[in-house]
Design a protein around this ligand. Structure first.
Ligand SMILES: Cc1cc2nc3c(=O)[nH]c(=O)nc-3n(C[C@H](O)[C@H](O)[C@H](O)COP(=O)(O)O)c2cc1C
Length: 147
């Protein structure tokens, strides 16, 4: 069976909810999924996965500090050719920026194969909550993910 890992950063818990929804959707289609905070990722074990989904909150129009540190660490691992998907949480505003966009750029540079363009879950305030329907949307994305 294919193995996948969903890796997330979260300050207030919203991105964690989205990461878990994505993982749930993937599990429903029969993929074995681990869902782990960036702080807890065993970087040397990433080679064992076929698919990496990586997401975090949008901070200052881009990635949070913990996500930035994690992406730096990723540069030391041979994950070239693996499948990947980037996501984020962010405001629905023209100026909001997107962590997912930055994450996706890094994953492309590392030679990963993006299965679909990055997706954003909308929060209605800095600490949340998520806009209605966001967890359902990501569960569906997980269910349709080609692994
Ligand atoms: C320091 C800081 C900077 C932020 N900057 C942005 C931003 O530039 N654009 C945006 O859409 N949201 C911004 N936000 C709001 C985050 O998108 C929101 O806190 C996040 O989606 C919540 O996810 P979490 O609960 O997983 O931390 C910022 C939040 C913090 C705490």
């Amino acid at each position: 069976m294919k193995r996948a890992i969903v890796i997330y950063d979260t300050k207030f818990g919203n991105t964690e909810k989205i990461a878990r929804a994505l993982a749930r959707g993937m599990e429903k289609q029969g993929t074995k999924v681990d869902c782990v905070n960036t702080d807890e990722v065993d970087i040397d074990k990433l080679v064992e996965y076929d698919f990496l989904a990586i997401g975090g909150p949008t901070h200052a129009f881009g990635v949070s500090q913990p996500m930035k540190a994690f992406l730096e660490k990723l540069k030391g691992v041979d994950i070239k050719g693996k499948k990947a998907f980037a996501f984020d949480t962010k405001y629905k505003a023209w100026w909001a920026g997107s962590a997912g966009k930055r994450i996706e750029k890094t994953l492309k540079r590392l030679g990963m194969s993006l299965v679909k363009p990055h997706s954003s879950a909308i929060v209605t305030g800095s600490e949340g909550p998520l806009k209605d329907g966001m967890e359902e949307m990501f569960e569906q994305i997980g269910g349709e993910m080609q692994n």
